[in-house]
Design a protein around this ligand. Structure first.
Ligand SMILES: [Zn+2]
Length: 143
């Protein structure tokens, strides 16, 4: 039986992978991976992720604002994310959540941004893809 795997959490839009998207995907195929969901963690990364998805048939995208980037959310951010979510290759909303270990954004801001994004994900009917619950306990499992 041939394995058919989906990598549900990659960051093809980040360095160094973005420099070798084709090579990364070829090696993934050799390992039995039939599709990759790359996760844009703020607006510009989401846009880069969509550019990659447009180039490669087997790449899909999850978009969202990571808790580390919550401090950078402005009034129009969620509207941009909603617009990007209409792209046909966006299959999930995330990664979102809370990171009270590193606290790269203030906790109160993270909480507000997380709640607002949960509402947006519900509105646009995308499956949530969020940071592990371990983040809330203080561990970071971000890949
Ligand atoms: Zn990640």
């Amino acid at each position: 039986m041939t394995k058919s795997l989906i990598d549900s959490h990659a960051h093809l839009e980040l360095e160094p992978l973005v420099q070798d998207s084709r090579g990364v995907l070829e090696r993934a195929t050799e390992a039995g991976i039939i599709a990759v969901i790359t996760v844009g963690t703020h607006v510009s990364d989401a846009e880069k992720a969509l550019e990659i998805a447009d180039r490669f048939e087997r790449v899909f995208v999850s978009i969202g604002v990571h808790p580390h980037n919550a401090k950078d959310v402005h009034e129009g951010t969620l509207a941009i994310m909603e617009r990007l979510s209409r792209h046909p290759k966006v299959v999930a909303y995330g990664e979102i959540g809370l990171d009270f270990f590193r606290n790269l954004s203030p906790r109160s801001v993270q909480t507000t941004v997380f709640a607002n994004q949960l509402e947006l994900a519900k509105k646009i009917s995308k499956t949530g893809c969020h940071s592990s619950s371990g983040r809330v306990r203080g561990r970071s499992e971000h890949a």
